[in-house]
Design a protein around this ligand. Sequence first.
Ligand code: NAP
Length: 536
Amino acid sequence: MRSHFPTEWLTALPYVGGRTLNVPDRAAVADPADRGTPVGAVALAGREVADAAAQAARAAFPAWRDLSATRRGDLLLAAADAVQAQAPLLAELLAREAGKVLHDARGDVLGSLAMLRSFVQLVRDLEQPENLAGRPGTGQADVVRVRHVPVGPAAVIGPWNTPVFLTFNGVAPSLASGCTVVVKPAAEAPLALTALLRLMAELLPAGVLNVVPGRGSVVGQALVEHPAIRAVMFTGGTETGRRIQAAAAGTVKKVALELGGNDPAIVLADARLDDRTITELVAGSFGMSGQICFNIKRIYVHRSRCDEFVERFTAAASRIVVGAPLDPDAHIGPMTTPDGYANAQRLIREAQDAGAVVRTVGVRAASARWDEGNYVAPTVVTDIARDAELVLEEQFAPIIPIIPFDTEDEVIAEANRTEFGLASSVWSSDLAHAEAVAARIEAGNTYLNAHRLGASVPLVPFGGIKQSGLGRTHGMHSLEHCTELHAIVGFSDASAQLPGIEQWSSITDHLSSDAAATEAPTGEPAQEPTEEEVTA
Ligand code: NAP
């Protein structure tokens, strides 16, 4: 391991209530580019550490919540600046542990800081309660204020593919809006994230930001079940998402799920197959070795254009350089996990065995020690059955099936056939045509003549439908997960007519008629209620 990383960055330990905890049980953090030499180690914390972190977050919550958005924002901006100073080294560590190329690792770290800064601004708009007094439907109440309040301690559980940015999808809106946070990093790539969060946490009040590395089935599960945790923000696989939703039900938590996808790209007969289009489709398929939730996972091309498309797409993919993560000339690195690598090899083998045409392309850089790392070359698969696993399931690997179609009804049915519904794209030289097809696709996001817009349009809601997720991230949509509405309604004059309750007034009518009787002039009987009022 290179000596220029601070030693404490190389073991992901829990940081709870302002202190680093020593956990002797550890697992190696493998190097995707060199299976023989670990990059570092991750503590395998137990449920008691998750409990301590949830308690610390609960204890710190009232004071953090009660700070003004401006004061909280100042503290968070200072913490972001401290991380920014270490960003190059953090990105390098992230590249080493996740196998992503340095360019992508930098984007992961710097994009997270940009996101934090933007939420600091956004929450300032939420600080002023919405004033509804005098609006129809609010009766004569003269105080009708709706406040956005932080939900409480939040657990953020992240995946290994884009570990920092995707964790910040939960961390940034939560901290900015006044929630305290416990993060559970993915065990496969926890080092840079844990180091970064600790740098931030040291500049915040104790307990505001806590980190609990360990197995998801142990500490992740414990956090999701913990009564002190009021919201869970999870990014990861669909199967884990189902488990989390079930576990959270016991304590009725808010749950946001960003899950797997099987994004179709639909290339219509009138698509413009120029260099830009092909480049975007190639980058959208093979970026980060296919390990992005909204990567293109299957391409449907109108039969009249399919041969031309396959030829141009394969030629462009052939220019992708696969190399070691720190090689500045590499476009993609090795796959992050040995399991992902083994799964990719299996999918390629099964496609070949089933008679599909499998083209392995790309340039193998000298920096890649091919037999010692999880390297998979970009792979283009044609003549594959529409119901093959590679087509219907999420491959999360640089292997892309291309399938011809004849009619738009047919391709829309294929696109909507799976239980996934994350992103998708439609390609056509006629924008209205593309949009009409897009409107029929079951997905949280559909892009027109582009695909990689998932992370780069921060005010556009992002997320999945069906079994690709619950809720949306980006901008104000993220704040819905970590805030609640608190309505404060009242009267400066207690004798005012309560709004909207005329039809539920039997007790008040009764009591006010008693009062009227008591106060009535001598000899005057109080008025009896009508039959209608008695039965109401
Ligand atoms: P994963 O296996 O579901 O793990 C994600 C996180 O959940 C890890 O930190 C994991 O811990 C933890 N976990 C596992 N079991 C848990 C449990 N019972 N309770 C609480 N936490 C638990 O996903 P992954 O393999 O890391 O990520 C790849 C998947 O994420 C792909 O399907 C991809 O499409 C999806 N993804 C979706 C989005 C999106 O925005 N929609 C973005 C990125 C990725 P450990 O692994 O450390 O044990």
